[in-house]
Design a protein around this ligand. Structure first.
Ligand code: HEC
Length: 163
């Protein structure tokens, strides 16, 4: 290859590289999540953490598993903390986006009712955390407190979450 041919080849390679990078950047931009998508994904992540901490408590209350000492308190305190996050997980922008959401539009048109269910949920998780605090809760008190939280989940899902 002559010197000038080599330079032309290198130049062509650079042009290809440039266009390639630019093209990839355009694709990345087209696929990158919008603020609405991010808000929906954030909410769904919060509820995954809710479920991740409530699951062991519910199974324990049903006698399906036996939690090691201190575990009920740990999960219940985490649940009470994460249930506070759900209050901020429904901003207007998260109504709809490119990511599929099961949140019903009534959440935003019936804020009063939805807010009441959020309060019920927060109160129920706080009460459950209080029951587990000294590790010597009576089984029936623990079961009742878990049941109240479960009802709060269901009450909201029945009304405000798509099937
Ligand atoms: C005040 C209303 C409300 C309460 C209380 C509530 N949820 Fe939900 N939950 C929702 C809504 C709305 C969605 C749909 C979110 C979406 O798709 O954007 C959801 C979604 C979920 C999801 C699916 C998350 C995902 O992967 O997309 C799980 C799991 C879940 N909730 C579990 C629970 C559990 C367990 C409780 C109780 C300990 C609970 N939720 C309490 C309203 C509620």
């Amino acid at each position: 290859m002559t010197h000038s041919k080599a330079r032309r080849a290198a130049g062509a390679a650079l042009v290809t590289l440039f266009i390639g990078t630019w093209g990839t950047a355009q694709i990345a931009q087209a696929q990158s999540p919008t603020p609405a998508d991010k808000a929906i994904e954030y909410r769904q992540a919060v509820f995954k953490v809710v479920a991740g901490n409530f699951g062991p408590l519910a199974q324990s209350a049903q006698g399906k598993i036996e939690l090691p000492a201190g575990a009920a308190r740990k999960y219940a305190e985490r649940l009470a903390a994460i249930s506070e996050f759900t209050r901020d997980a429904f901003p207007e922008i998260s109504r709809e986006g490119g990511v599929k959401t099961k949140a019903k539009p009534e959440i935003w048109s019936d804020r009063a009712e939805f807010g009441k269910l959020l309060d019920d949920f927060n109160n129920a998780t706080r009460a459950l955390a209080n029951v587990t605090v000294n590790g010597s809760a009576k089984p029936e008190d623990f079961k009742a407190a878990v049941g109240n939280v479960g009802n709060a989940c269901k009450g909201c899902h029945d009304k405000f979450r798509e099937k």
